[in-house]
Design a protein around this ligand. Structure first.
Ligand SMILES: Cc1cc2nc3c(=O)[nH]c(=O)nc-3n(C[C@H](O)[C@H](O)[C@H](O)COP(=O)(O)O)c2cc1C
Length: 198
């Protein structure tokens, strides 16, 4: 599919058919998400894939305005990984394994150390911005694979963490429900460029 068509054809599906995405297609989608870029290439995201009906029903009960949670084939719970120290160490080790030049290694590790001193909420906001990048790859990847998807932030993160048994350092940020839509796209509207250009 032409990339421009992909951007215009995708829409936030609110209803899904009772049809399961084949496992290999889900793996393809996750591979696409894995390619998302991030600041410092630190990849500060974790994704919980929920396909089990009972768990989706339990999550839907916590966000009853979002029927996509229960109706989709797979619910991707995009999470922020907030343990900066652990991620910085992993990044440092991995850059060595990937033979990143010492000069670049030093610059990246210096920035990561500097960021560790930022107020916690600023660092969290930065991590969340990166998680959105991965989720965007998920939304567009789904469309490219002939799937439909809906991004959602209207859910209670702490309660989702409890149901999913997520570690403390991993915070749900955004959901992407994927499957085969049972609804039709509504007319797409966006503000004109003149409204958004400064
Ligand atoms: C960050 C974000 C959060 C969203 N949260 C929800 C949500 O909680 N529930 C929902 O039904 N749609 C949600 N949406 C879908 C938007 O309403 C939808 O993308 C927007 O109206 C534009 O329509 P389109 O995606 O069909 O082009 C969200 C979209 C984004 C990007």
């Amino acid at each position: 599919m032409d990339f421009k068509d992909l951007l215009t054809d995708r829409y936030a599906a609110k209803a899904f058919q009772d049809r399961t995405i084949p496992e290999e297609t889900i793996q393809e989608l996750l591979e696409m998400i894995r390619l998302a870029p991030s600041g410092l290439n630190i990849q500060p995201w974790r994704i919980k894939v929920v396909a089990d009906r009972a768990t989706k029903a339990e999550l839907l009960a916590l966000a009853p305005d979002e029927p996509q949670i229960g109706g989709c084939s797979h619910l991707l719970v995009f999470c922020a990984h907030t343990d900066w120290e652990a991620q910085t160490q992993k990044l440092g080790r991995t850059m060595k394994e990937k033979t990143v030049p010492d000069k670049i290694w030093g610059i990246v590790m210096g920035i990561a150390a500097e960021m560790a001193t930022e107020p916690e909420d600023e660092l969290y906001a930065w991590i969340v911005g990166n998680v959105y990048m991965a989720a965007t790859y998920g939304l567009l990847g789904a469309e490219a694979l002939g799937l439909d998807a809906c991004p959602m932030t209207h859910f209670p993160p702490a309660e989702f963490s409890r149901v999913l048994g997520l570690p403390d350092a991993v915070k749900p940020v955004l959901l992407v429900a994927v499957g085969y839509a049972a609804d039709e796209p509504k007319p797409k509207w966006r503000y004109p460029l003149s409204d958004i250009l400064l």
